[in-house]
Write a protein that binds this ligand. Structure first.
Ligand code: ZN
Length: 187
């Protein structure tokens, strides 16, 4: 099932008309078709404003339906699930890291205006976990990791070269477009 949508209106159109897709949309948990119903919005505080970042659908087990009762979250492509910051902050962070070659702490501070950079290392760790997906996305194009001689860890040098490669070698690359193309979170 599609996880990321280009806009809220496209997401709403999908969930509100979900009954029209009886033959197409199946529950990712129980695989039953025709049991999914729209189940409210997902909200998140962004820059002091409570914003809609996605919607939930329910595999309904009541009112004539015999689904499994599980819920599934669907997102607008600008959202990173379970992140305090937005995809814009995360994109800014990685651009400072791989283009300006700032340290992890400096990049985080520039992107978020936050001086406590512990969370930045969590972002880097999440990116490490996505490494093979990034390489797959790049179709294994060769990359120059010697660019990052300022970085002590060879594993991190390769990761940074790979993230830089995503921006350099993919036309119109952005984490949002990554969401749309791969249907998985950027980090
Ligand atoms: Zn189900």
């Amino acid at each position: 099932m599609k996880l990321y949508f280009d806009s809220l209106s496209k997401l709403e159109s999908f969930t509100l008309n979900i009954d029209c897709y009886v033959d197409k949309v199946e529950c990712p948990i129980c695989s039953k078709r025709g049991q999914l119903v729209s189940h409210g919005y997902l909200y998140r505080w962004v820059g002091g404003i409570l914003r809609v970042v996605g919607k939930r659908i329910l595999c309904a087990a009541r009112r004539g339906r015999n689904g499994c009762g599980s819920t599934q979250s669907l997102y607008i492509k600008t959202d990173l699930p379970r992140f305090h910051y937005t995809v814009v902050h995360v994109c800014h962070f990685f651009m400072c890291l791989v283009f300006l070659k700032k340290s992890v702490a400096e990049s985080y501070q520039l992107a978020t205006n936050c001086y406590d950079s512990r969370n930045a290392y969590r972002w880097v760790s999440k990116a490490k976990n996505k490494f093979s997906q990034y390489r797959h996305f790049l179709e294994r194009q060769s990359l120059e990791s010697t660019d990052f001689t300022n970085v002590a860890s060879s594993q991190l040098r390769v990761l940074m070269a790979t993230i830089r490669g995503l921006f350099d070698k993919t036309p119109c690359f952005s984490p949002e477009n990554y969401h749309t193309i791969t249907q998985t979170p950027f980090i």
